[in-house]
Design a protein around this ligand. Sequence first.
Ligand code: UDX
Length: 435
Amino acid sequence: MRISVIGCGYLGAVHAASMAKLGHEVVALDVDPDKIGRLAAGDAPFFEPGLPETLAEALASGRIEFTTDPSRVAGARVHFLAVGTPQGPSGAADLTYVDAAVTGLLPHLAPGDLVVGKSTVPVGTAARLAERVRAVQPEATLVWNPEFLREGFAVQDTITPDRFVYGVPAGEAGQRAVAVLDEVYARALAAGIPRLVVDLPTSELVKISANAFLATKISFINAMAEIAEVAGADVTALADAIGHDDRIGRKFLNAGLGFGGGCLPKDIRAFQARADELGVGQSLAFLGEVDAINLRRRAHVVTLAEELLGGSVAGRRIAVLGLAFKPNSDDVRDSPALDIAARLVELGATVAAHDPAAIGTARRLRPELEYADRAEDALAGADAVLVLTEWAAYRSLDPQAVAGLAAGRIVLDGRNCLDRDAWTAAGFTYRGMGR
Ligand code: UDX
């Protein structure tokens, strides 16, 4: 099928390459010529395992074209909207890019075309955009098909997601849209991946409520970490024990620095802002608490570092291992790790930071930090070691070897990912989160 993908950021670039891999003819459009140039040359503009290979395969097949020319989308039967919805100044989602994508698409829509929204939008947006489409091309249909991809697993989550959700209008147009989307995703559907057909507002809410739930789960366990710390309990053991109840489940119960990234923080704020607009702000008031618990984690790590270093970090040398908001990513958007590193510098510490993938992205945002290309260089002479992103390379660090490099014997495990006994045996004062 001939498909267009509008927006080549995280979501769009992965979606476009994955659709070509599935055998579709793809035109991928973005306003940024640099991004398009890199993608056309097979150079993934961000770190994402599996994307370089998928992109290379798509380009070699001749089934993908990257362009900045909006008219190239004409002739595609399905147009995916995959632009960003960043946080606006009030906390609400900024829909500028979504509206601009639709404005650019409208002149090229033909009867029978399907416009498929994938971006995370405030509930009600799809109905409004459907109206805009109908006004210009009454025989085209707009549907919503939210994306649930996780960074680090984006290709896999696009090709074989947990589920497909189609938000479609009632009646014949909706049924036709379901048939077309079934054709797009035929291979995954044949493999038995569930597909749910719902109305437009439900599809918008599915996405944002899934992220709100995940954020709530993380803040729940971080609240338990706060209690465990003063009660002398261990939140990791607690999570293991409650996680055995399969109504609760162990996943997303890792206490630590809390959540960051390009989705969860902005999505809970946008959801609250939308609920306020709809006059049901009270229903999501708890998300304000989820946000507050999450942000407290960062301040707490800084306080712990001060305590461990005898009351102040000023003039001390601190090795920060991990800058990305999670492992297997170079993304530092709203990253707790980068935030903490910057706060320590503000308090007068010398921070030597390392990350296996995110030094480049971190340097752009925080040029004031000292970056080390090798973990060993960050560790050399450090008074304290802070592990802030749970990369496999840090989990498997040999504490004896670290002891040979660092000046001090203090380790702060911000993600509860180290072997406490091994570090203690190597002479370190170990502090975890909520243990
Ligand atoms: C998230 C959702 O998981 C995904 O479904 C949605 O489509 C986009 O947003 P992503 O932002 O890639 O995906 O990251 P995710 O794996 O959800 O992690 C988010 C943050 O939560 C990270 O900072 C991570 O370190 C943190 N986290 C996760 C915890 O602190 N504890 C946990 O137990 C799990």
